[in-house]
Design a protein around this ligand. Sequence first.
Ligand code: FAD
Ligand code: SF4
Length: 467
Amino acid sequence: MAFDPKRNAMPTQDPKERAHNFSEVALGYTGALAIAEANRCLQCKNQPCVSGCPVNIAIPDFIRALRDGNLAESYQIIAKSSSLPAICGRVCPQESQCEAKCTLGIKFEPVAIGRLERFVADYHRAHREGIPLPEKNGIKVAVVGSGPSGLACAAELAKRGYSVSIYEALHLAGGVLSYGIPEFRLPKSIVADEIEQLTKLGVDIETNVVIGKTLTIAELQAAGFKAIYIASGAGLPNFMNIPGEGANGVYSANEFLTRSNLMKAYKDGSATPIMRGQRVAVVGGGNVAMDAARTALRLGAEEVSIVYRRSMQELPARKEEVEHAEEEGIVFRLLTNPVEVLSYNNLDDPRDPKNGFVSGLRCLKMELGEPDEKGRRRPVAIPGSEFDLPVDVVIMAIGTSPNPLIKKTTEGLETDRHGCILADENGLTSLPLIYAGGDAVTGAATVISAMGAGKKAAIAIDEALKK
Ligand code: FAD
Ligand code: SF4
């Protein structure tokens, strides 16, 4: 068997350079690298990789078509299951999904499925021709929220002939893809391109419309929408509720990233205010924490620390993002838990402009105790281990919850105690013909699971409306 036990490395920007710019870090495979990687695939009969993909892409088939040089066919195979492959190829946690199931991974490195998906999608973007327009059936469906879940649902419904209107609260479509994930990981031109393809399918996108304020779900129904898909995400940030959290210079990761990405604070000459700290602490260990830390570094911070209460092993962020962050010089302060945000308070000069601004983060060292209900070892504070970390910006990246606005303004819409909308396996909520999915139902999760829920709901809506 002639295959390389090691996967082909992804060309990337040099860490020293990229730590100071917002251009994409991973540069993508060349044609030769893609073919070499595709040749590593064993074309397993039982296709274990497919079972690891939340939308069941026919992985060996698209890799075989790519290997044989049939790129258009390869794209069509992916597109049957995924409507945003250029995005998923970049941000999906493949190492815990399809690649975790790859047969090659038992003894060697798994096939780099995500990198191949990205290659095929990028090739398609550069070479595609017009899309055939679906025949309209005259039935109106509304989608609330234009993140990956709303976009996937809208695409599937539009292909089936429905007249779809997406209502988005922000001034730009894309959800987390636009306001959360930074340019250096997911170029916004790619998100804009995917959205443009959707509008070409006839989907209407209304921005600056907050459902629950500008219009209610009941008003959408009264306006003739036969079914509604709620994909409003989980954008409400959690805080630690520790003393001093109200100081100037404490951000939620959502606010910090929105200022940088959506409101373009990272661009020279931007009018959007953002505190470019010298020493920045980011609390949390997920993808959001990595994105906030690497953004703060690119905005000019001298030292950026990830403050995480468990060890490297439990860090929930994607492995590749952690490696990239380390290469760029992010400091990992593990087994460390903040207990207070410290701020300046110059009693001699109440008009000192520094007063009220963050001066440090008081932390405790932790050790790992017994496993919790999820099997992760619980962090336990070490008595007497308190120390102060001198920082001037603190970014909280400790999770988010769904915004309660739609629940509050929609009679009979049931949620759980975390505010997540209750829905069955097809996305049907407690109300007839009102569906929901993505982070609004699951709480903060992944792009691909949000897309999967959108597609499933679209199929269910189609079946319900055909009855
Ligand atoms: P969202 O993307 O949150 O979209 C919801 C949309 O609904 C938003 O545009 C919002 O403005 C809009 N909305 C909300 N309320 C209303 C309303 N009342 N009326 C109208 N519109 C409304 N996942 C990965 O798989 N890989 C990653 O690398 C990754 N990195 C991430 C990095 C960051 C910084 C963040 C925040 C998340 C990351 N995720 C990642 C998670 C992933 O982005 C989400 O799981 C996914 O975007 C959820 O999709 P969604 O469509 O359900 O919601
Ligand atoms: Fe190829 Fe791995 Fe899937 Fe087997 S499991 S078909 S080697 S990608």
